[in-house]
Design a protein around this ligand. Structure first.
Ligand code: ATP
Ligand code: MG
Length: 405
């Protein structure tokens, strides 16, 4: 991508309500544009980051047999009445709207109800089970507070996966596969070292659910862990019975601020019973399908990565999610024409700063944007057949031969 042709301009100031460092940089570096509190547009660089995150998630979920779908945003209130989640008293985060033809619709905050209803068309017998389906979809939630940039949106991108099984053993097996897939996902996203699978409350039907929590100063949650982090739990389950069961004492636990980047739930028949999603079992009986749901906050993950790795100069993207691998600058006549030559055919890997700006401004923007490697070709380096290669994360600069590039 050429910066000269791009409409993106780096900005001196972030929107004034933005408080966190990463959130400010995402705006200033032109990754996102804020429409309203909790409502963001993704610009070319930001969209590339989102797509890279989605690609990693998609690859890992496909590996465990997930089938990708795309469901609708508009929701039929009748389904949500059956599970007692249409009432604002029960679900206070609804955005709801009137139909011109009369009646109401909701904007999906999640998709358990519609996918359960949809599967009634496709699940008849135990032979149809088990399987899982997932989507990347925009969710709408009327969150009371939306002050953490893209980490808490009123409109945000979620990956939600749902599993359907005929028996507990099949459900458990898939649940464990998702646990492993999530570990690989956070590892590949660059968050492996600071993300923990955390015990959380599981509601009525299973004892625990699990959250995936990334330790980060600006996180909205608090997690508790023992020294080797083999036991990590969230605030909801920090109660004597649970501590006893997990074999830890309160005074052995330290706390840290964290952001919930994903979660996995055993639902049993919580949705299939009220919505009547049943199958004919081997014994000839009709039984409710056992379900699980598995979320990842895709846009929240982007915000968390931005926040986690930013330094005083700007964003620092891990290579796997960076919008481009290289930021290319040519200085002087020969340097510029060599840069042009290097850029040819590598438009997907290189963000080429071909703007008519002073080198200092280009250096500053390359740091603000957080592209992993900066290549500077100048008349001076070129005299020795070389270019400068700078690592954004370590600030190390080395000279490499042009041929090596
Ligand atoms: P939270 O406790 O942060 O509100 P939640 O328990 O409501 O999250 P789920 O409904 O299970 O979360 O959603 C699945 C995932 O979607 C969460 O783990 C989180 O990563 C992400 N998520 C939830 N709410 C938001 C939001 N308002 N903006 C961005 N991401 C979100
Ligand atoms: Mg929530």
């Amino acid at each position: 991508m050429r910066l000269k042709q791009s409409f993106i301009k780096t900005l001196r100031d972030a929107p004034k309500e933005e408080t966190a460092r990463g959130a400010k940089f995402l705006s200033r570096a032109g990754y996102v544009h804020k429409e309203l509190a909790g409502v963001y547009d993704y610009l070319p660089l930001g969209l590339r980051v989102l797509e890279n995150i989605k690609k990693i998630i998609r690859e890992e979920l496909n590996r465990i047999g997930g089938q990708e779908i795309l469901m609708t945003t508009l929701q039929n209130p009748e389904l949500w009445k059956k599970t007692d989640r249409w009432d604002i008293e029960k679900m206070d985060i609804w955005f709801r709207t009137e139909l011109a033809a009369g009646g109401e619709l909701g904007l999906a905050p999640t998709h358990e109800e519609p996918i359960t209803e949809m599967m009634k068309t496709y699940i008849k017998s135990y032979k149809d089970l088990p399987f899982s389906a997932y989507q990347f979809q925009t969710k709408f939630r009327n969150e009371l507070r939306a002050k953490s940039g893209i980490m808490r949106g009123r409109e945000f991108l979620m990956k939600d996966m749902y599993s359907f099984s005929s028996n507990q053993a099949d459900h458990d097996e898939f649940y464990h596969q998702v646990e492993d897939a999530y570990k690989r996902i956070y590892e590949r996203l660059g968050l492996g070292d600071c993300t923990y699978q955390t015990f959380a409350s599981g509601g009525v039907f299973s004892k625990y659910s699990h959250e995936f929590q990334t330790i980060i100063e600006v996180g909205e949650d608090t997690i508790y862990y023992n020294a080797d982090k083999s036991v990590v739990l969230n605030e909801e389950v920090l109660i004597p019975e649970v501590l006893e069961e997990l074999g830890v004492k309160r005074e052995e636990l330290e706390s840290a601020r964290a952001a919930e980047v994903g979660n996995i739930f055993t639902l049993k028949d919580k949705y299939s019973a009220p919505l009547n999603l049943e199958f004919m079992d081997q014994d000839g009986q009709q039984k409710p399908v056992l379900m699980g749901c598995y979320g990842i906050g895709v846009s929240r993950v982007m915000g968390v990565i931005a926040e986690k790795f930013a330094d005083e100069k700007g964003l620092v993207w891990p290579e796997n999610v960076a919008p481009f691998k290289y930021y290319l600058i040519g200085i002087g006549e020969a340097g510029l024409s060599k840069a042009e030559e290097l850029y040819q055919g590598r438009e997907e890997e290189i963000l080429f700063d071909d703007r008519d700006l002073r080198p200092g401004e280009k250096f500053a923007d390359s740091e603000l944007m957080g592209i992993p490697y900066r290549i500077v070709v100048s008349d001076k380096t070129l005299a020795n057949g070389q270019a400068e290669l700078t690592n954004r994360a370590t600030h190390e600069t080395t000279l490499i031969s042009i041929d090596q590039i």
